[in-house]
Design a protein around this ligand. Structure first.
Ligand SMILES: [Zn+2]
Length: 296
């Protein structure tokens, strides 16, 4: 299993914390390729993909899925990410080609790009007719803080979410990953205090993953290898379930008048999947066939 595409789940031996870490470099590269994104948009969406993978794989079960909507009214606009409990994620950002100057610390300025005038909204599809929806105001627009706040307020789980995406001057994703630490019910106060101290000492997520691509390295820095038990190593992927047949279904729902107009004026249609950027072409004949089916 390539360590650039894996989420590691672990538990501390003292049962105080559940700890997840992942290297999502390939996932964010795939997203960037599909959406032709510039650096700042890549970092903003990349962090949201990483945080959504961590959240979905910690709170969802079985076939449940999750949609994350995040909109802080900043230059990148809104972001929509779908994730499941099996390591799959897909998503897009409204403005894929945003590049802002770096912050004074030389970091990608995700906070400014995302903004804070809005909400992080999570819709969980748990098999019922209506998804379970919950939202919190954005805390900082840096994504990690925002997911931490969501977990505390909406899921009532004291957590820390750390996410990082590094993009170089050539607009290439160098490294992407993150961690999620959840305090278990009854976690010892001393353990929480010790963790808070540790979080201030450890290297950045990017530096940890650059030194060792295996996300177990992040767990080691946080708690020490001998204090953790690895529960699962889950492959992760930027995957989309779109298909030509699915878009044919969407086209069939266009009104008869509009569809006739598309056929007579455009003689065909190109449909682009928002989530992955895949393009599907429908010829005039194919559109006529969809229209005929519709009239039956
Ligand atoms: Zn797609």
């Amino acid at each position: 299993m390539s360590s650039n595409n894996v989420l590691v789940k672990s538990l501390t031996n003292d049962q105080n914390f559940r700890v997840y870490a992942l290297n999502a470099t390939e996932v964010v590269k795939e997203a960037q390729k599909g959406h032709e994104m510039f650096g700042t948009s890549t970092a903003a969406l990349g962090r949201t993909l990483v945080a959504s993978l961590l959240l979905a794989n910690s709170v969802l079960k079985g076939k449940e899925t999750m949609t994350v909507r995040l909109n802080g009214q900043g230059p990148v606009g809104f972001m929509i990410v779908d994730a499941d409990a099996h390591g799959n994620v897909k998503g897009y950002v409204q403005k894929p080609q945003v590049n802002l100057p770096l912050t004074e610390d030389g970091e990608v300025d995700v906070a400014t790009a995302v903004g804070t005038d809005g909400f992080l909204e999570v819709l969980k599809n748990q098999g019922g007719e209506e998804p379970y929806t919950s939202s919190v105001p954005l805390a900082s627009g840096k994504i990690g803080d925002d997911f931490t706040y969501y977990l505390a307020m909406s899921e009532q789980i004291p957590s820390v979410v750390g996410v990082s995406v590094e993009v170089n001057e050539n607009n290439e994703v160098e490294v992407a990953g993150g961690f999620l630490i959840q305090a278990m019910p009854g976690a010892a106060d001393e353990a929480i205090t010790a963790l808070e101290g540790k979080l201030k000492e450890i290297p950045t997520i990017s530096d940890m993953l650059k030194a060792d691509a295996n996300p177990e390295n992040i767990l080691d820095h946080l708690f020490g290898k001998s204090n953790l038990k690895i529960v699962e190593e889950l492959p992760i992927a930027f995957t989309c379930d779109c298909s030509k047949a699915k878009f044919a279904g969407d086209i069939a729902r266009i009104s008869k008048d509009d569809l006739e107009q598309i056929i007579s004026e455009d003689h065909g249609a190109e449909v682009v999947c928002n989530f992955c950027g895949s393009k599907y072409n429908f010829s005039e004949d194919e559109l006529v066939k969809i229209l005929e089916e519709k009239e039956k």
